[in-house]
Design a protein around this ligand. Structure first.
Ligand code: NI
Length: 248
């Protein structure tokens, strides 16, 4: 199994949680310059840790030219498998939409230039996200929609892109009927497992600090919803992650 989205640098027990994953891989995601530097360090330190680097929309007001330069300088580093997490967050702020959009587009252009997978964060902004992907003409690009929270209708529209959907702990929550519907209607080949560690811890550990190993509970819930074997979920979502991030 592969945790396709976590923020390992936020943890105090990184050695422990990484070792617990054994040979299973995880992809840790940057959000700002500091965390991107940590991502580079962690991918060098642990054989089973891969990384994506990028600038989260929350920081759109503060990203400088040098920060984007740093991204471009390291985009082809060993074990850096994409640009993320990038996107739009209108829940966090609607005041700086234009800046968020500009930063998102700049990073998409960089991904196109180096043919890198993009990992999208989109909160209360799915319509604008869709329009930007369309406008930027990303048909050759591999896309991951991290922590997808939209409707099944919207998910089907997004399938016109080469997109896979990151499913995390939320799917195990009792009140997550919308996401359970999404999982049911998408094919297994559209899905990736993720934790978003340290956030969104699945049941039965909801409320505690999350860790990559907990994707097993996400996989179990997907197996239950789709009425298939857990082994099949683990095998196919692993294959999906390998192909979407060109993991070796
Ligand atoms: Ni995240």
């Amino acid at each position: 199994m592969i945790d396709t989205h976590c923020h390992l640098e936020t943890l105090t027990n990184i050695d422990e949680v990484v070792n617990k994953m054994g040979n299973n891989k995880m992809i840790t995601a940057g959000t700002d310059l500091e965390s991107n530097k940590k991502v580079l360090e962690l991918t060098k330190k642990y054989p089973n840790v891969y990384g994506v680097i990028g600038y989260h929309p929350e920081f759109a007001d503060n990203i400088k030219y040098e920060d984007l330069e740093f991204l471009e300088q390291h985009i082809n580093d060993e074990k850096i498998v994409g640009i993320g997490e990038i996107g739009l967050d209108y829940y966090y702020s609607k005041e700086n939409k234009e800046k968020q959009i500009e930063l998102f587009k700049k990073q998409i252009k960089l991904a196109k230039k180096y043919n890198k997978t993009i990992v999208i964060h989109s909160r209360e902004a799915l319509e604008d996200t869709y329009n930007i992907l369309k406008e930027e003409d990303i048909k050759d690009l591999k896309v991951v929609m991290h922590c997808y929270s939209g409707s099944k209708e919207m998910a089907l529209r997004f399938k016109e892109f080469n997109m896979k959907f990151g499913i995390g702990g939320v799917v195990t929550f009792k009140n997550a009927s919308k996401l359970k519907e999404v999982v049911k209607c998408l094919d297994l080949e559209d899905l990736l497992l993720e934790t978003d560690t340290p956030y969104l811890t699945p049941e039965p550990y909801r409320g505690k600090i999350n860790e990559p190993y907990n994707i097993i509970y996400v996989a179990k819930e997907i197996a239950k919803i789709k009425e298939i074997k857990l082994e099949k979920v683990l095998k196919e979502t692993t294959d999906n992650a390998i192909s979407q991030f060109d993991l070796t």
